[in-house]
Write a protein that binds this ligand. Sequence first.
Ligand code: KG4
Ligand code: ZN
Length: 334
Amino acid sequence: MYVLGIETSCDDTGVAIYHSEHGLISHFLYSQVAMHNEYGGVVPELASRDHIRKLVPLIKQTLQESHLQKSDITGVAYTAGPGLMGALLVGAATARSLAWAWQIPAIAVHHMEGHLLAPMLEAYPPPFPFVALLISGGHTLLVQVEGIGRYQLLGESLDDAAGEAFDKTAKMLGLGYPGGPKLAELAEQGKPTFKFPRPMTDRPGLDFSFSGLKTFTLNTFNQSHKTDQDKADIAAAFQQAVAETLSIKCKRAIKQTGIKRLVVAGGVSANKQIRALLRALAEQENSEIYFPRPEFCTDNGAMIAYAGCQRLLRGEQQSLEILARPRWPINELL
Ligand code: KG4
Ligand code: ZN
């Protein structure tokens, strides 16, 4: 079964083809970063228009480079949410139209389920069950995963997501968009000399809150001499605070569930310090840990093709509606 995957939930146009037995055949990504950079963040209307421009040529390119004909494709998977409404609609309408024209099923995929399953694309995929820490620009989730579609939410961010906190902090430090990778780069030149809090770790529970860290960063920055070294040191202290907070909560989740297997995915999981700290935690806790390769941490079509393929293999069928849900809690998935 060849499944075409389409991802357009935010500022990346991603297309991939996944085969149920042979694995990932090919994947392509067009990033809108350069376009949104000028505005310091994602402009939703520009994002939608650019997806319209790029999606069909990218699908043609993916088919060509895979040496496949459209008649070889047996299913189309698309991100139906959560994400930006206009951007989602482009992918959803395109996927549904192709499925109708090619007389094959289309399947709506939850963007965070895509992230959650991204490590399955690697040579050593995690066996079930596992605890998943999903850290992206829009969500921070801890999920107990028993199998495909069997997800129990353990904790989530009550305000800003981890990636959002990285992006906003980077903006405060004048680093531009997208802030996460830029802040991580700057942090490498600094030392975490400033003392930052580890939010919500002094009380029980698995929820997160990162918005206070932002304010703390701003106050620290304003009270500093604002030198380049101060900026780098603040970036390092912020990054360490996020990494340690995530690690403390993962340790709790492992203890609470008794599942000694951790999967970490979503854009922020590309962060080297966070990866290193969570690897150290896994070692300490005698647990296994799995990450996607960095390019599959951030948004991509491959994870959507994979998730859609698994659902189609389970015999899932959907009505012909064009599904786009900007808000879609992951625990509504079956
Ligand atoms: O998963 P993703 O590509 O999109 C969403 O689903 O939101 O995640 C994007 C987020 C952004 O906030 C970006 O700044 C952050 O992931 N990010 C990083 C790094 N790479 C991407 N944050 C910290 N360090 C990184 N290396
Ligand atoms: Zn994402």
